[in-house]
Every structure is written in structure tokens, then in C-alpha cells.
Design a protein around this ligand. Sequence first.
Ligand code: BEZ
Ligand code: FE
Length: 293
Amino acid sequence: MTKQTNGYFTEENSIDVVINSMSDECEPRLKEVISVIVRKLHEAVKEIEPTQDEWMNAILFLTKTGHKTDDWRQEFILLSDVLGVSMLVDAINSRRPNGASENTVLGPFHLEDVPSLEMGANISLDGKGEPMFVSGRILDVEGRPISGAKIDIWQANEDGFYDVQQKGIQPDFNLRGVFTTGDDGRYFFKSAKPKYYPIPDDGPVGALLAALGRHPYRPAHFHYIIQKKGFQTLTTHLFDPDDAYIHSDAVFGVKESLMAEFKRIDNAQKITEHGFNQPYYEVVYDFVLARSR
Ligand code: BEZ
Ligand code: FE
């Protein structure tokens, strides 16, 4: 029979009894992680003192979160997002030197195998929405241009939907594209002005937000993943600082350094030069990559 190292379970010794039940042969990192989680969880339960009904509600909430999850919908990641845990894990894993661009959450709408486009292409395949011209440079921390950087971009449309949420309404790969920088490190593309949108809120996480008096909206943004061998991959967004939800992102993804100016251009000559037939929005933003650790 296995011995009860710290005696039998009591309210007072609960943490030690559970932690000491792990074998000495247990993989050290697993033991460390489970020990911390058990300690913090028991501390929380001791502070909250849940009734049996409250504890069952918590179990049912997690059960619903699991049932809502499938190959396409990841309700546990959404839960981690709205509790700020995704951003915290991201911050811990993307500490960068001063001057390097900051990371933010990846989100669920990134696609692999998006077509590579000529620099300058228009990623708005249906031509809907207010036109945009987005440009900038990919630099190292010394300010030198990075050539051959792969820039993967995706965004929501003028109604706040990604192509994958509107199959048959938006063309496949609408508002997505992969670009590669040349020797000058420059990137530029045409697009349509994105709109704020709610994170998927028809599941238990949406119900939790409502119960907490929180809205499910994310401010308008462009997603970027920028990769170049020898540099840390940058997974980030550019945000519209004038968006109604810029100060209350449901997933805490906004960072001050990631707000770009969305400048309305109504100068007729510039409109023609860029091949538009109406005023457009201009965003100019340089990204700075940190070297690989
Ligand atoms: C997104 O920006 O695509 C996103 C991020 C977190 C949760 C839902 C959506
Ligand atoms: Fe997004």
C-alpha cells in the first residue's frame, strides 16, 4: 500500500497531501507545474469557499466549454483570451530588446497556405469597403532594412467578418496575402478598412462575458506574422486608434506601440496616383524585428 506521506487529507494540509502524492520519478517540469497549479487552486478554493452548487456550476461551465470545442472552434482558447491568459503567455514568451516591435495574440482566423502576392497587390478581392493603402518597412533593431522577410497579413472586412466566417459571401482568401520584402525592406499593399467585430460569443465564454458585464468586441485591426531566418518571428496587429473599442479590447490585445494612424486622404492627385476612385485611408508603419535568441 502507498504511504500517506503527510497523513490523511484535511482542510489545513490539503496542498501538501496532494503535492506529496506525486512520485519521485515524475518528470520534473510536470511535477513543478502541477504543484503550482494545485497550490494556487487550493488557495483559491479556500478563499472562495464555494458551495457544492457553485462548484458544480464551475464544472458544468468547463464541460460546456469542451462541448463547444471542435476542429474549427476552440472555446478553451477563447476562455484563455478573455481572462488575459493568452496575452500573458504571449508577453512571457516574446520579451524583446528595446526598439523591437511588440507581439500580440494570434487569434483563430489565421490560415496556412495563403497565396503569395506581388508587392503592392490589392488583398480586397471583392473591392468592397473603404479603400486603404498600407505601407512601411521591415527593419532590424539597428534600423537596417531586412530583405526577404515574409509578411503574412489577414484582416476582417468592412462588416467585421473574416472570409472564413462568410464562405460563399466573401471570396476565399479575401483580405489575406503573403508578401516578401526586397532589398529596401519595404512592404505595401492595398486593402479595405477593417471594422471592429465580436469574438465568437454564442458559447459559454460569450455567456460569461455577458454575466460579467463585458462586451465581446475587438477594435479594428490588421494581423501580421513577419518571419525572417535569424530573427524572432513577430506575430502582431496594427490597430485603428480611433476605433470605439480601442480602450476595451475583449482579449486585451491592444498595445500602445501597435496603434497606427489611419489617415483619410481626399487629395484628388494622390487618389489617382494610387489607382483609387474615392478617398482612401493611409497607414504607414515600420516593424522592427529582434534577432533570434
Ligand atoms: C482575432 O483577432 O482574430 C481574435 C483574437 C482572439 C480571439 C478571437 C479573435
Ligand atoms: Fe482579428
